[in-house]
Design a protein around this ligand. Structure first.
Ligand code: GAL
Length: 935
């Protein structure tokens, strides 16, 4: 959780000096994609020879002696192995004098044990960069032999680039972007969050149609004018992926995962004044099977702290509520643990003061502790009772704050504010999920964090807007499938009262998309899991951890249980206040993942719910993933087809790659929205479920594949990639909320189909619905609970009208009408007043009306946009899963009558004017006020 800035007041002089500075580095990067080799510091080691298929033991110590060879005829050139087993590689290089010789290994796979001149340097598991300092093993005056034993996993074992670097004095060609003198004047200027993959063309055969290249980012960092002894941290919230970082030509490190952040203490490498930060990344090998973009796509910042400070993510606060009483207020005990660091050379007298503040900022409880703090680290724990506290829930998301202040003597040295919630969560085998003692059915959705127009680079307001959309149809829970989301996401869920299943999917090491049976948990993924838990454990919105997703090879085997227990132990040690689950599919064996987690998590397999429950008596139960219904928004044309003879019959247009928006399209493992919800609603012991998915996302266009069909994004969403609702939105809204709903579909523009029977569906929570065509009743039907109504209506142009009635309250009327052709463009922003902070945005819906001001649901007009004033178009989209038009553009054609154009402010107040024009139609103009943030 982001630390907030504190101020100190010295004596009577109110001199505001921040004790912990947070400086955004989001603006002003230089960027370039690279298609080929780049120059890195140091000397590349060439001339590797290899030997594979070895059956007996190989003496690595002997092999790494200069001049050593084993049966030279068995060695071949190169350094990669075939699948499985071991390969042994070696190379020799001349000696030379270096201050701090290091070997840098880039992109090796998967397990490498490295020896130099008979000395074992270490063993590394994973694909990310690793470094060994060579110390005394390096011979400045003689040949040096490097030998590596590589174990491959499911994929080929390989040794990537290996470089010999003098860490204290790295040789850098001027052509290397890590070199401060490198000229990047020709590079593009960009701000982060930035996804460069979404800027590309969709022109490739494959899941999402985008090509991916390596890229570089560079930026000057001005060293903060820090007091002597202060520490400076460089923090990246998310870089996709396989990233490496250099400061002034010195390697800071690398990171494999694209979903968990990376941070460095750069104090000792920071020079006064300007410093050059260079980052390279390569999203070429995907971490998952969906669109995951590429770039520095989350926030970057510097944090400056006093030498005596709270450790990074070092605050952990949780509350126990023995009796939640009325579910609104109750006595509670707040447990606080704070990790402190003293980075000075001397012992200090330190006082730590803890205060719990209510939502208005009033102190509810306080405590403090003084200690003699030797250089190093320590941990303090406190327990603060509260006689009466407002409880956090999905209905009343009340946030308290723990303020932790660290005094070095009398001087305020650090201050961290940590928002948290006081609530009681229980997963129960009979009653499902209880929040503050009251049953709450998890009406959840799974997501992937990408959106039309921006890809993975989602500004905070867009994250918030998406959550608002999900709440609007009754979603109360989100599963972070299948990875850590942005810090903004969790903060917003805390504030908006959304329950979260946080997830880490990666088993094994090296971030494979799926693991093997003999996988080991590598230090890379374990470090990332620890980081995710430490970062997220204070969020009251998170009510459960999911430790895996569908690891086919191991999930139903004892090995899967063993692996999950490693995660569970880690999570319990770092958190311990929430239960764990694992998303398992198929089998659900008694000795696999389900046996090792607290709550059984099932993906799909509705017919097995009761059977699997009986297999795990006494264990609570959640449907981690369900439904996977497929639809192109607003598309109702087509016919039944099968992708393959044994696969389910779908309805749509196979060649064009569209699936009908009538319910009932789902893959073999899925279910309809209706069957999915009824399976939960009928089982009170279920904690709830998570529908796949809330929004469509780029990639995974099941069941279609290019080039046979042009599809490039998924069809699973209740909302499309832009956030426009599909018809199932109203099914969920009808049964997940108490709001009256009456929704009739399809549209009523079917020229040429006069007299042909068209299925007309109604989603509603009214007790009865009567349908009329051009004023003539087609019958009144009573609505079955958690279901829908359907009429077969011979088409005649005109007005299709539904009237809903209920004994409990007033009824509703709704209609769809045959429209004329488009006459004018309309722009509908979600908000008209924005913050002029360079980040805030208006999500603007684009549509067209006919002469009688009726929305034309079949329109496909191309609309062009222009902006005047201090704003910019963030991207465009229309929710068409087959659309190949670019997302970074100032025009878009409508799909089923809609497109989207989010407009973002600049850091300048004023009026933003957005104009939308389309050939032959009256244009539209909308004005947005960009207002200066209040001081
Ligand atoms: C699941 C998987 C998801 C997604 C979904 C599509 O098996 O966990 O990531 O692929 O299927 O239906």
């Amino acid at each position: 959780m982001l630390a907030l800035i504190g101020c100190v007041f010295l004596g009577s002089v109110a001199e505001a000096e921040p004790v912990r500075q947070v400086l955004s580095l989001n603006k002003g990067w230089s960027f370039r994609e690279v298609r080929g080799d780049t120059d890195f510091p140091g000397q590349r080691i060439h001339g590797w020879t290899k030997r594979e298929g070895e059956t007996g033991p190989v003496d690595m110590v002997a092999l790494s002696q200069p001049g050593a060879v084993f049966a030279p005829d068995q060695w071949a050139n190169g350094a990669s192995s075939t699948k499985g087993g071991f390969v042994y590689v070696r190379a020799e290089t001349k000696g030379r004098t270096m201050k701090a010789p290091e070997l840098h290994f880039f992109g090796s796979n998967l397990e490498c044990e490295v020896f130099l001149n008979g000395t074992r340097l270490g063993r590394h598991i994973g694909r990310e960069l690793f470094v060994y300092a060579l110390g005394a093993a390096w011979r400045a005056d003689g040949p040096n032999a490097i030998a590596v034993k590589i174990k491959s996993g499911k994929y080929d074992g390989s040794l990537g680039e290996v470089r010999l670097v003098d860490a204290e004095n790295p040789e850098m060609p001027a052509t290397s972007p890590v070199n401060p003198v490198f000229d990047d004047a020709s590079w593009r200027r960009v701000d982060v969050p930035h996804d460069y993959v979404v800027e590309g063309e969709i022109n490739k055969t494959g899941e999402d149609g985008y090509r991916r290249y390596q890229a570089w980012y560079r930026r000057t960092i001005t060293a903060p004018e820090a007091l002597p002894g202060r520490r400076v941290w460089l923090e990246f919230d998310g870089v996709y992926r396989n990233s490496r970082y250099w400061l002034n030509g010195r390697l800071l490190g690398g990171h494999g995962s694209g979903y968990v952040g990376r941070r460095f203490d750069i104090t000792d490498l920071l020079a006064p004044g300007a410093n050059t930060l260079a980052v390279t990344l390569n999203p070429g090998v995907a971490e998952g099977w969906w669109y995951d973009g590429g770039g520095i796509y989350r926030d970057v910042r510097l944090v400056v702290v006093d030498p005596v400070h709270v450790a990074h993510e070092g605050v952990f606060v949780s509350a126990t509520v023995p009796d939640p009483g009325d579910g609104k207020t109750a006595p509670a005990t707040v447990a606080v643990s704070v990790e402190l660091q003293n980075r000075l050379a001397a012992e200090r007298r330190v006082t730590v003061r803890f205060e719990i503040l209510d939502p208005k900022g009033e102190t509810l409880a306080a405590d403090s502790e003084s200690l003699l703090f030797a250089p190093g680290e320590t941990q303090l724990r406190k327990s603060l009772p509260l006689a009466r506290a407002a409880l956090w829930s999905d209905q009343t998301p009340v946030l308290h704050t723990l303020r932790t202040r660290v005094f070095d003597g009398d001087r305020l040295a650090d201050e961290v504010s940590t928002p948290f919630g006081i609530r009681k969560i229980e997963f129960d085998a009979e009653r499902g999920f209880l929040l503050n003692g009251r049953k709450v059915v998890l009406k959840g959705v799974c997501l992937h964090e990408n959106h039309a127009g921006v890809g993975i680079a989602m500004p905070r307001r867009l994250v918030e807007w998406r959550l608002e959309r999900l709440k609007s149809f009754g979603t109360n829970a989100i599963r972070c499938s299948h990875n850590a989301y942005s810090p903004d996401f969790y903060e917003l869920c805390d504030r908006m009262g959304i329950l979260v299943m946080d997830e880490f999917r990666q088993f094994g090491s090296g971030y494979p998309s799926k693991v093997d049976i003999d996988t080991e948990m590598g230090p890379d993924v374990l470090a990332d899991v620890a980081q995710q838990v430490r970062r997220n454990r204070n969020h009251p919105s998170i009510v459960i951890w999911s430790l895996c997703n569908e690891e086919g090879k191991v999930q139903n085997k004892p090995r899967g249980a063993e692996l999950v227990r490693i995660y569970k132990d880690l999570v319990d040690r770092l958190d311990g206040t929430r239960p764990t689950t694992g998303a398992v599919v198929g089998g659900f064996s008694a000795d696999g993942v389900c046996s090792a987690v607290d709550v059984v998590g099932m993906n799909y397999s509705i017919p097995d719910y009761d059977k699997v429950r009986a297999r795990f008596p006494g264990k609570p139960f959640v449907a981690t993933e369900a439904v996977s219904e497929l639809a192109s928004r607003g598309f109702y044309d087509g016919q039944p087809f099968q992708m393959k003879p044994n696969e389910p019959t779908l309805f749509g247009d196979k060649d064009r790659g569209h699936l009908g928006a009538y319910p009932g399209n789902f893959p073999g493992w899925g279910a309809s929205s209706e069957d999915g919800w009824r399976a939960i609603a009928d089982r009170p012991w279920m904690a709830g479920y998570f529908v796949w998915t809330g929004f469509d996302y780029k990639g995974e266009p099941t069941p279609f594949k290019q080039p046979a069909q042009p599809s490039v994004s998924s069809y699973f969403g209740i909302l499309d990639t832009c956030g426009f609702p599909k018809d199932s939105y109203w099914y969920y809204k009808a049964w997940w909320t108490q709001e009256p709903v009456l929704h009739v579909f399809p549209h009523w523009n079917w020229p040429g189909k006069e007299g042909v029977e068209i299925p007309v569906w109604v989603f509603s929570n009214h007790e009865n619905v009567e349908l009329f065509l051009n004023g003539k009743s087609l019958g009144k039907k009573s609505m079955p609970r958690n279901s829908h109504l359907k009429w077969m209506v011979p088409y005649a142009p005109g007005r299709l009208e539904a009237i809903g009635s209920s004994t409990k309250g007033p009824g509703m009327k709704t209609r769809v009408e045959t429209t004329g052709s488009p006459a004018r463009v309309v722009l509908a922003p979600d908000r008209a007043r924005l913050k002029a902070d360079g980040a805030d945005l208006a999500w603007v819906a684009v549509s067209v009306l006919d002469e009688k001001a009726r929305h034309v649901p079949t329109a496909t007009n191309l609309v062009r946009f222009s902006v005047k004033g201090p704003g910019r178009i963030l991207g465009v989209g229309n929710g068409d899963p087959t659309g190949h038009e670019p997302d970074k553009a100032s025009q878009r054609s409508l799909f089923s009558g809609y497109a989207m154009v989010p407009v973002q402010t600049l850091e300048q107040a004023g009026e933003i004017e957005l104009v939308a024009e389309s050939d032959g139609l009256a244009p539209a103009t909308v004005r947005l006020a960009a207002e200066s943030p209040r001081p």
